[in-house]
Design a protein. Structure first.
Length: 381
């Protein structure tokens, strides 16, 4: 009886923990692309797969790991477990994955898609399908942001605008924030693959069928090196992520340069307004200075000058002429001190060498454009 009471709390606590265990909505794909749906508790699922509870915890936002001849992958909201016989997608509900899971993933695993690993074991197709989906999702986000950012920058950089549209600036701020988030996601994806490429043992462990299928093991030792194929597969998506990150960085540099141009335009318009204000102030000073003559004649003091009818026109002419001359001198003084200085004299020898340097720059730019074109062509191939 004592033993019964000693073990009863432990059994009840285990039953309580099992009852609160999370339930996974699982979509299962086999080698032929057949799909089944079911729900299973976490405790039952990791016991069935021969894993530990921590293996299905998915602590990291993005990770690729192997446990007990199982590949556990997470790409943010996409959680997957790969075995040599089937693929499990966990928590697939309430996500925008239905179209890809039902229409694309099943056909890719069955050999009807655009994967390059059909001749290799099942885990190669599953890994490539998931990596291809994620890199295409990142590329789609960049393709959505790029035209919006370019359109907004084109509207803001227009030198004819005297002021900046605040709504355009708000749109650019939001797009810049989205671009920063995209850069972070691409960096995490790239670093996750790079960590695997730096570990040869992990690459060997990703080849699941090599350790379970004798025929595959013999092929790997004698003919096809599955570890090398896995490394080439990961390197391919690593290069795609690097190219995608370079495109995002170029867009970021374009935003920074455009912001500098916007500030330069605003400063230029501000300087124009300040110069106009200064010119008007000088004109007001000139008129006020010679206006003292009119003030002197308007004090209602009698003199012999007011009796001559020509004095009015003479004094008025002196006032306007003097004000104009003073304003002109002030404007010339302003121009001498505000206009940029003339460029220094260039010797004739340097002038002759400039066309050659221009040709070198043109050749360099053409080489850069040719290299970029060939690189993009290789990437497309």
């Amino acid at each position: 009886a004592g033993k019964f009471y000693q073990h009863a709390p432990t059994e009840s606590s285990q039953a309580t923990l099992a009852s609160v265990s999370p339930v996974f909505a699982v979509m299962k794909f086999d080698k032929e692309g057949n799909t089944t749906y079911f729900e299973k508790k976490k405790t039952e699922l990791y016991q069935e797969l021969g894993l530990q509870a921590r293996d299905l915890r998915f602590q990291h936002v993005m990770s690729i790991a192997t446990r007990n001849n199982r590949i556990i992958m997470r790409m943010e909201f996409l959680k997957a477990v790969i075995t040599p016989e089937f693929l499990l997608i966990l928590d697939y509900r309430n996500l925008s994955l239905e179209h890809w899971l039902l229409n694309e993933l099943a056909s890719q695993l069955a050999g009807e898609g655009q994967l390059v690993t059909y001749s290799l074991p099942f885990e190669f197709r599953a890994i490539e399908a998931i990596l291809q989906y994620w890199i295409s999702k990142l590329q789609g986000r960049l393709n959505t942001l790029q035209p919006q950012i370019l359109e907004t920058l084109e509207a803001l950089v227009d030198p004819k605008l005297l002021s900046v549209d605040r709504s355009k600036l708000h749109i650019l701020l939001q797009n810049g924030k989205s671009l920063s988030e995209l850069e972070t996601d691409v960096k995490v994806f790239k670093e996750t693959i790079l960590e695997i490429l730096d570990e040869e043992e992990v690459i060997e462990e990703l080849c699941l069928s090599k350790w379970t299928d004798q025929q595959v093991f013999e092929e790997s030792t004698s003919g096809i090196d599955h570890a090398e194929e896995m490394e080439l597969l990961l390197e391919n998506y690593y290069r795609q992520a690097e190219d995608l990150l370079n495109e995002a960085r170029e867009l970021r540099v374009l935003i920074d340069d455009s912001e500098s141009i916007i500030f330069i335009n605003l400063d230029s318009h501000r300087n124009v307004m300040m110069r106009l204000n200064l010119q008007l102030t000088m004109g007001t000073f000139s008129v006020s200075l010679f206006g003292l003559i009119g003030v002197a004649f308007g004090m209602n003091l009698e003199s012999s000058l007011e009796e001559d009818p020509r004095i009015f026109w003479l004094v008025t002419g002196i006032m306007f002429l003097g004000s104009g001359l003073i304003w002109r001198r002030l404007l010339s003084f302003l121009g001498r001190h505000l206009d940029p200085p003339l460029p220094p004299h260039v010797p004739a020898a340097l002038k002759k060498s400039q066309p050659a340097a221009g040709r070198v720059d043109i050749k360099t730019s053409l080489k850069g454009e040719t290299f970029g074109l060939s690189r993009s062509t290789l990437t497309n191939q």
